[in-house]
Design a protein. Structure first.
Length: 94
């Protein structure tokens, strides 16, 4: 027997949608086992400078990886970036 899914409400703003999903479990609304992978090859990543506070052990691991590659810690941390072709799961709601 398949679980009856709830209908996703219409949201007047992104803020209201965000508040909704913070309080509700998406599995009540979507069957994630039917999700498909979608590729967005023309999606252009934006870059901004940000500051991150990392636990010391993680910072040490990044520095160690950078030294092993002969690069800076910034390059080592940046190497974890997703490839230019962004791949995210999609779900057909209809």
């Amino acid at each position: 027997m398949t679980k009856r899914r709830k209908t996703i409400p219409k949201f007047a703003s992104e803020a209201l949608e965000r508040a909704f999903w913070e309080k509700h479990d998406s599995t009540d609304y979507l069957d994630w086992s039917k999700a498909q992978v979608a590729t967005f090859p023309n999606l252009k990543p934006s870059t901004r400078t940000i500051s991150l506070r990392l636990p010391q052990h993680l910072l040490d691991a990044i520095k160690t990886a950078a030294n092993a590659r002969g690069s800076s810690k910034h390059t080592a941390a940046d190497s974890g970036r997703a490839p230019p072709s962004r791949t995210v799961p999609s779900f057909n709601l209809h």
